[in-house]
Design a protein around this ligand. Structure first.
Ligand code: NI
Length: 372
C-alpha cells in the first residue's frame, strides 16, 4: 500500500464529508459516499437494510475474535463560521463535532485492515452509525444482528482540548447516562387577584425546582459525579390570570447505574409530595436516554501499550456529563471510547470548530494496531 497516497486520500475524504454535512437520520449523501469509497476499495458491506448508515466488515485470514469500531456520521444544526476552503455548503448545517473525522478514520481503518488482512486475527466490523446527536441513533444499528458475534467495541471522538494526534484515554466512566424528565403541575386556574379561589401551580413548581437540587447535594454519594438541570419552565398566558398548570422540563446526568435509579425515584417523590403539600396534582414523565459509557480496563491497558510502542503522546481522557449513544453497544460487551486530539482550538459544537487533518493517518494507523 502506498502510504503517502492513503494519507492524501484521507484528507480528501475528510474535506468532502466536511463540505457535505447532513443532520441526524438524513445522512443519505454521506452514506452513499461511504458506500462508493468502500466499494471502490473492494471492502465488503454487510447487507443490512438501514435507511442511513452502513456496516462494513474486514475478515482477517487468521483465527480471532470479532471486534467493532463505531463511527458516527451525522452533523449539527449550526451555521459554520470558519474560513476553510472546504467549509459546509449547506446553510445552518455543520460537522461541528468531528463526525466527519470519525467517518474518515473508519474508512481509513477499513482500507488499511483490508490491505493487511493476511495478518489480521479475526474480523473487524466498522459501524457507520446515523444520528448520534439524537442520542439514540445507535438503536437503529442495534435493531440488526450486527452485534451478535462482536466481542468488544471501540469508539473514537474528536478532542479539541489536545494537540493533533494525542491519544486521551482513561479507565471507567467517561460519558454520562442521559435522561430527560417532564413534570406537569396541575392546579386550579383563577383570577390573579383571587388566588384563594384556585390552586396556583407556579409556587408549587418553584418549590419543586429548588427541592430537586437536594438530590445531588443530599441523596447522591458525594464522590459520584451527577447533575440535574431544569432547563425549561412554562406557565401562564397573561399578567392577571393564575394558570391551571405549569410544566418544567430538564435533564439528569449520572455515571453510576444506581444513581440513575435513585434520581428517578427521588424526582418522582419530591414532585408528588410537594404538589400534595400545596393541594396540587402532578404528572412526572421520565424519558430514559443512553446509559453511561464505561472504558474497560483491559482495553485501556492495550491502548496505553500500543500508544507507547508507537511513541504517541497520551493524555488522561476528561470525563464528561455529556452523553454518547456509544454506551448502548456496551451493555453486554466491553468497550472503549478513545478521544483523539484534533489540535487545540474551539470546543466541539462551536461554529468555528476545526480538525487538524494532519492527525488523520496517524489515528488510522493507531486504531489498526488495536485490532491486531
Ligand atoms: Ni460527537
Amino acid at each position: 500500500m502506498n502510504i503517502e497516497y492513503l494519507e492524501e486520500e484521507l484528507k480528501e475524504y475528510f474535506q468532502w464529508f466536511h463540505r457535505h454535512p447532513e443532520l441526524s437520520y438524513k445522512e443519505y449523501g454521506t452514506t452513499q459516499k461511504i458506500r462508493e469509497i468502500l466499494t471502490g476499495k473492494n471492502i465488503e458491506i454487510l447487507p443490512y437494510k438501514l435507511e442511513t448508515g452502513l456496516v462494513a466488515i474486514v475478515r482477517g485470514e487468521k483465527e480471532g475474535p470479532v471486534q467493532a469500531l463505531r463511527c458516527d456520521i451525522d452533523a449539527l444544526p449550526i451555521e459554520e463560521k470558519t474560513d476553510l476552503d472546504y467549509k459546509s455548503d449547506k446553510d445552518g448545517v455543520m460537522h461541528a463535532c468531528g463526525h466527519d473525522m470519525h467517518i474518515t478514520i473508519g474508512i481509513g481503518c477499513a482500507i488499511l485492515l483490508e490491505a493487511n488482512k493476511a495478518d489480521l486475527k479475526g474480523s473487524v466490523k466498522i459501524i457507520f452509525q446515523p444520528a448520534e446527536e439524537s442520542s439514540i441513533g445507535a438503536l437503529k444499528i442495534l435493531e440488526t444482528d450486527v452485534m451478535d458475534d462482536v466481542e468488544r467495541i471501540w469508539g473514537i471522538h474528536a478532542d479539541p482540548t489536545n494537540a493533533a494526534g494525542v491519544i486521551a484515554i482513561r479507565e471507567g466512566y467517561v460519558t454520562a447516562a442521559v435522561d430527560r424528565f417532564v413534570v406537569t403541575v396541575k392546579g386550579v386556574g383563577c383570577h390573579g387577584a383571587h388566588p384563594d379561589d384556585g390552586i396556583d401551580p407556579i409556587p408549587v413548581s418553584a418549590a419543586i425546582i429548588l427541592s430537586l437540587q437536594s438530590i445531588v447535594s443530599r441523596n447522591v454519594n458525594a464522590f459520584h459525579p451527577s447533575l440535574l438541570s431544569v432547563t425549561r419552565v412554562s406557565a401562564g398566558t397573561t399578567w392577571n390570570v393564575i394558570p391551571d398548570k405549569a410544566v418544567m422540563e430538564g435533564t439528569v446526568r449520572t455515571m453510576e447505574r444506581d444513581d440513575r435509579i435513585l434520581y428517578e425515584r427521588r424526582l418522582r417523590e419530591i414532585a408528588e409530595m410537594t404538589a400534595k403539600a400545596y393541594g396540587a396534582e402532578v404528572d412526572v414523565e421520565w424519558i430514559a436516554g443512553c446509559p453511561a459509557t464505561y472504558n474497560d480496563k483491559d482495553m485501556v491497558n492495550l491502548c496505553e501499550i500500543k500508544a507507547k510502542e508507537m511513541t504517541l503522546a497520551t493524555a488522561v481522557e476528561e470525563s464528561s456529563l455529556g452523553g454518547d449513544d456509544f454506551a448502548f453497544y456496551e451493555e453486554n460487551i466491553p468497550g472503549c471510547y478513545i478521544k483523539i486530539g484534533t489540535g487545540v482550538g474551539h470546543p466541539i459544537h462551536h461554529p468555528e470548530f476545526m480538525v487538524d487533518t494532519g492527525m488523520l493517518y496517524g489515528a488510522v494507523e493507531y486504531m489498526v494496531e488495536l485490532f491486531k
